[in-house]
Design a protein around this ligand. Structure first.
Ligand code: FES
Length: 285
């Protein structure tokens, strides 16, 4: 079981436990409150005159005498008015407490449940990152090859922040001997490399140099051949790169989730020398 699944199960168990504890506490409060009348309430009940018979009025006495004389039905005597008794504050308070207890428990349970659901979703349903930092759809392989050709050897993909260039198939045997190329070899076998635009020296954006057919960094003069192998300058290695995959339908994806380090200094699988004047001079070290 994955750590994310374990964490999710623990969160759900904790939420369930918290809900049980809260419900139990609320129930206990309810039970304790029910039937426990305060002393004040009991005293009032005793003093209440609701059930005490009322003394007869003079009119009632006369009515009863008349009924006795005539043997007829007594005149209906209106019931004595009931004495209004102030509602018991304890009973009112108890109902309010009960309501608040239940509302609190319900709200807390709902809140914890929502939190657990969010955590569960976040752990078990990883967000799909698109754009830089995730998988970038770069188009059809044929279109990319055509784009590189029309870009005089270089095609820039702004979403992947990468340069796409062609990798010659006759250089593949040498490439297989370079350990840093292993994670990106599939793309090279498909005839492509995706080079991260960030210079491995101090991070400047490295532009292509059309005349030399290399990459030449304007910041401190590091130079790389067209497949990003270091040719000169202070950079500690060749240009970093991304893995490329090509689907059965010819769709190319650049996976920018992982930056793979460029090849070590001295790597030269293509043997490509500068094909014209440099764009940046003095970078040779
Ligand atoms: S940042 Fe490119 S050479 Fe220094």
């Amino acid at each position: 079981m994955s750590p994310a699944a374990i964490i999710s199960i623990v969160i759900v168990a904790l939420v369930a436990l918290a809900a049980v504890v809260l419900l139990t506490a609320a129930r206990r409060a309810d039970v304790r409150g029910a039937g426990a009348l305060s002393r004040e309430t009991t005293r009032r009940d005793k003093d209440s005159e609701i059930d005490r018979p009322m003394p007869l009025t003079g009119r009632q006495v006369e009515a009863e005498a008349s009924q006795a004389r005539h043997g007829g039905l007594a005149t209906t005597v209106a019931a004595p008015p009931q004495i209004w008794v102030k509602p018991d504050a304890d009973v009112v308070g108890f109902n309010r407490r009960q309501f608040l207890n239940r509302a609190t428990v319900t709200l807390m349970t709902a809140g914890l449940g929502a939190f657990a659901a969010a955590a569960f979703t976040a752990f078990l349903w990883p967000f799909k990152v698109s754009g830089f930092g995730g998988k970038v759809a770069a188009g059809k392989l044929d279109d990319i090859v055509a784009g590189i050709r029309s870009g005089r050897g270089f095609l820039y993909n702004s979403t992947a922040r990468s340069w796409l260039t062609a990798y010659p198939s006759d250089a593949l045997p040498k490439a297989k001997g370079v350990h840093t190329y292993a994670p990106v070899l599939a793309g090279m076998e498909a005839g492509l490399v995706a080079l991260y635009q960030k210079c491995p020296h101090l991070g400047c954006r490295v532009p292509s140099c059309e005349s030399s057919q290399w990459f030449e960094c304007p910041c401190h003069g590091s130079q790389y051949n067209r497949v990003g192998e270091k040719k000169g300058g202070p950079a500690p290695r060749g240009m970093d790169r991304f893995a490329i995959s090509v689907s059965a339908t010819g769709d190319v994806t650049i996976d920018t989730a992982t930056v793979f380090e460029g090849p070590p200094i001295g790597t030269n699988t293509t043997g490509q020398e500068a094909e014209g004047p440099h764009c940046v001079s003095g970078g040779h070290h």
